[in-house]
Design a protein around this ligand. Structure first.
Ligand code: FES
Ligand code: FES
Length: 928
């Protein structure tokens, strides 16, 4: 590490006077400074979010003299003498305050990163027009991106924002489960006070900035780093691989860990860090990275699966032959023979590309050294995994690392992997000063994980009556330069590639292949959405060949409680897939009729189609232990402290886990103090992924709640039927018509500082898979089916989704509003995957070129909640987070085939591909 004492400089500044939220302020700032920066850094108004600094996301929307503008595109000098309104000031007006409340009660805020911008944009509309139409609302928020909600609840909240607000529900003790309780962290999300990764910074924190490879593959060497530091007053240090005191190798799955904090001599992908500059924020930010002394030698890169598998291709990791990271396999029965004997067969080949998570909050956080330990506050989905990797990197005990998760402005899997954390840890460790790092949008896109591109080949067979007999599935996944979650995708997909159907003869083989591209990792579904695109289209083809209704084909083949899955698991109960399909049936028949009537009368270029697809998804890790531990304590003030380490990334676990625990204990949720996700004060609840928090942490919370109730009953020697009333400073026991009151201050405290503490751990019962992938990979599955109605412009190749109907078996809807929010958000991401989203490393590394759905792209979504209880989940609940995204894309693609008769081999179905396929099919028709 090269260091010299820091020297501070200051850019030219001027005094700029304006008004913010009715308060006069004067800031000393360069007139060209972004207004967003001035609001956040100089005035501490961090409710205004920065998602791109380029006018693409709208997260920074504020009002300037009542007009909505992107504060990142407005220079501070331009607002002199003007009135600025930020989210923090919205509550001052009746319109703004009602809108905030409406967002809360309608569940319009999930992670909350877009919420300030949405609220501000909507306020501007409602100030002009208090009874807008839906399309006026869509227009008003059209420039503000949301990656979580699917927009529908936002639109509803705005449309009803000025009528009498929906009343908040405050359920009585024992009655929280199943209620549309307003999310417990919701108020902070609508008033702008929520703390995300970039929203807090210790006084005097230095900035950390990574130097990253501009090439997909390159060797490099540094010039004189000491001289560089000396020549740049304000730069405190440059960190490289030499500054990693522990083991320079991390990864989310320890046996496959392969990623260094800094590349050593060769960068394996464009965006890989080779060094980090640490120093005064204004100096570090102003530095031209081109002046950094590094010499690159670009090398030939492996840019796709074929290049990586070609004989003689360079090996990206010396110990992984043929660039194969790992293979997955599930085999049951005799698939070759069954296919040879099958009366009807169909085959297909499908390809999907990288998909960017595009959460609105780029990665950010700060760190400080505390004696011989380190504290990192950052956005993350997996605090305990971060703790373990940082301890390895620093060469210290995990107990010396404290991870404090901030609110997470969307994660969807990518924030399971380390991002800013190792750089922050190393800088704070070596300099013993607080340090902060905030990724730019481009840095976030080029360096963090993506959905795995997949190339899938499959063949299926059935009887003349439509009974599936066999499926042969093979997939190669492009896992990029490092392992990340490649092993999980390779293991999970073979278990799921059958879809939720009985397939007696089955073979699914997968492999994850390294290339010189950005690592592919976890993204909502761990490869299952890609597999569903293939299998659900193939099943449509099979149904067509049988001459059978496509929904009836699925109903005929749907799994039930007693049929074995492709791993031989018989669930016994809680298999709700047939109920999902049955729920769609009347809507399917009506929609098919409507589309047929539309098409038979069509004279212009528009054609309509209807598609359906099914889904299943195992909750939690595949055949691996993944326990959660929850601790609760009764306090002397009569309140209950709930220590749960599940990170709420917008999906609502803070609320759902509390609802479950409250009912198990028999206390109202208003009595709970929630202590979340800090490795120093909460037990390990594992990572927020794989739809496991409602199921696994929820079950641990259920057990802890029940245990605390039992302990209280035992303490006061009451009967099991007794009712416990939790009141200020005392509890009252009601039994047999008698009431006994116990003052809590009279009772001793335990070692945790509580009157009574209960702690429970739940680890889903799974069994390892054998060499053919047979066994019990998951204790609980969620099921679902989507129906998409679309309209295709056959001249332009554009596809408009008119409606999605989504039926999901969630076991028990702990909070229906939050469940619907997951479904609607999943539909939006599935729509993006089907029609527009594909990331090409090295191109379009911003939210201007990488398109995600906007409010105007999302159709009405009708959610149908099926509750076929899981015998294991808390109150019967199953997961929903990953499940919701899986069937949307194949349902849309099946609708596309229904409308215009084309099957695209490469997804997404962008207008150029759709148009080309329509032309090809027309030419084929003419030739034919
Ligand atoms: S931060 Fe201003 S538009 Fe994205
Ligand atoms: S709630 Fe809109 S981005 Fe998360």
């Amino acid at each position: 590490m090269a260091t010299i004492p820091a020297v501070r400089t200051r850019a030219d500044t001027g005094a700029i006077a304006f008004s913010v939220n009715g308060r006069s302020v004067v800031v000393s700032s360069p007139p060209s400074q972004r207004l967003s920066r001035v609001l956040r850094e100089d005035l501490g108004l961090t409710g205004t979010k920065v998602g791109c600094d380029a006018g693409d996301c709208g997260a920074c929307t504020v009002l300037v003299d009542g007009d909505p503008v992107c504060a990142c595109l407005v220079a501070a000098g331009q607002v002199a003498g003007r009135e600025i309104t930020t989210v923090e000031g919205l509550g001052q007006s009746q319109i703004g305050a009602r809108l905030q409340q409406s967002f809360l009660t309608h569940g319009a805020a999930q992670c909350g990163a877009c919420t300030p911008g949405m609220l501000v944009a909507a306020t501007a509309l409602l100030e002009q027009n208090q009874t807008p139409s839906e399309s006026q609302v869509m227009d008003a928020i059209g420039g503000v991106l949301c990656r979580c909600t699917g927009y529908r609840k936002i639109v509803t909240a705005i449309l009803s924002g000025q009528s009498d607000a929906l009343a908040e529900i405050h359920p009585e003790a024992g009655n929280a489960v199943g209620q549309r309780v307003v999310r417990l962290d919701g108020k902070r999300k609508v008033d702008g006070s929520e703390i995300f990764g970039a929203d807090e910074v210790p006084m005097g924190a230095l900035a950390v900035r990574a130097i990253r490879s501009p090439y997909h593959r390159a060797q490099f060497h540094f010039g004189d780093l000491d001289e560089f530091v000396s020549a740049h007053p304000g730069i405190d240090a440059v960190l490289t691989a030499k500054d990693v005191p522990g083991k320079d190798c991390y990864g989310v799955i320890p046996p496959f860990a392969d990623q260094p904090v800094f590349a050593h001599t060769e960068a394996r992908y464009r965006g890989e860090a080779v060094a980090a500059i640490v120093g005064a924020p204004e100096i570090v930010e102003a530095l031209d990275p081109a002046t950094f002394p590094v010499v690159w030698q670009e090398l030939p890169a492996l840019m796709d699966i074929d290049e990586a598998l070609a004989p003689g291709a360079p090996q990206i990791h010396a110990h992984r032959e043929e660039n194969v990271l790992v293979r997955g396999r599930v085999v049951r029965g005799d698939v070759d023979r069954a296919l040879a004997d099958a009366e009807i067969t169909a085959e297909g080949e499908y390809e999907t590309g990288f998909v960017e998570h595009a959460y609105i909050e780029p990665e950010a956080g700060f760190a400080r050294r505390v004696g011989d330990g380190i504290e990192i506050q950052a956005c993350t989905q997996s605090p305990y995994m971060d703790r373990s990797d940082i301890a390895t990197i620093l060469g210290i005990a995990p107990e010396k690392v404290r991870i404090i998760p901030t609110a997470v402005g969307g994660g969807f899997g990518s924030k399971l992997d380390l991002s800013v954390q190792p750089f922050l840890a190393l800088a704070a460790w070596h300099l013993d000063k607080p340090v902060r790092m905030v990724y730019s949008r481009t840095e976030s896109i080029i360096s963090t994980t993506k959905r795995h591109p997949a190339r899938m080949r499959l063949r299926a067979g059935c009887t003349r009556e439509g009974k599936l007999v066999a499926l042969d599935f093979a997939a190669d996944f492009n896992t990029g330069a490092y392992s990340s979650w490649g092993p999980t995708v390779s293991a999970r997909v073979p278990v799921h590639a059958s879809g939720p159907y009985y397939v007696p003869h089955y073979r699914a083989l997968t492999q994850a292949i390294h290339t010189n591209l950005v690592p592919a990792g976890a993204f909502r579904g761990f490869g299952v959405p890609q597999a569903a695109i293939a299998q659900e289209q193939l099943y449509d083809d099979l149904a067509d060949r049988v001459g059978m209704d496509r929904l009836e084909f699925r109903i005929l083949n749907a799994l039930d409680d007693n049929t074995p899955t492709v791993t031989g698991q018989v669930m016994g109960e809680g298999v709700g897939i047939r109920a999902c399909f049955e729920a769609l049936k009347p809507k399917w028949q009506a929609a098919r009729k409507q589309a047929a009537a539309f098409n038979s009368n069509a004279v212009g270029p528009f054609r309509r189609g209807v598609g359906v697809a099914g889904m299943w998804y195992g909750c939690g890790n595949t055949s691996l232990s993944n326990p959660s531990t929850v601790q609760i304590g009764l306090q002397r003030n009569g309140r209950i402290a709930l220590h749960q380490g599940a990170v709420d990334i917008g999906q609502g676990s803070n609320t759902i886990v509390t609802q479950i625990c409250a009912d198990a204990l028999g206390a109202p949720i208003a009595r709970f103090d929630l202590i979340s996700g800090d490795t120093a004060v909460t037990p390990d609840c594992g990572k927020t992924s794989a739809s496991r928090q409602t199921f696994v942490t929820g079950k641990a919370a259920y057990m802890a709640g029940a245990q605390l109730r039992n302990s209280i009953i035992a303490l006061v020697k009451a009967c099991e039927c007794a009712r416990i009333l939790f009141e200020d400073s005392h509890i009252t026991i009601e039994e047999n018509g008698n009431r006994r009151k116990f003052t809590l201050a009279d009772l001793p405290l335990d070692q945790h500082g509580y009157v009574i503490t209960a702690e429970a751990t739940f680890d889903p019962p799974t069994k390892p898979l054998d060499k053919d992938g047979q066994g019990t990979p998951y204790a609980v599955f969620g099921f679902g089916a989507h129906m998409a109605e679309i309209e295709v412009d056959t001249e332009l190749g554009t596809v408009r989704v008119l409606k999605v109907t989504a039926a999901h078996d969630v076991g028990r809807a702990i909070n229906p509003t939050l469940v619907e929010g997951q479904i609607e958000g999943g539909v939006a991401q599935g729509l993006g995957m089907a029609l527009m989203e594909e990331f090409f490393p090295g191109k379009g590394e911003n939210l201007h070129d990488y398109l995600i759905p906007t409010a105007g792209d999302i159709p009405p979504v009708e959610s149908i909640l099926i509750e076929d209880p899981s015998p294991i989940g808390p109150f019967g609940a199953k997961g929903i987070g990953e499940q919701a995204v899986i069937p949307t894309a194949p349902a849309i693609l099946n609708a596309l085939h229904d409308a215009v008769g084309i099957r695209l081999r490469k997804i997404p179905a962008t207008p150029d591909r759709v148009r080309a396929a329509i032309l090809a099919s027309q030419q084929g028709d003419r030739r034919g």
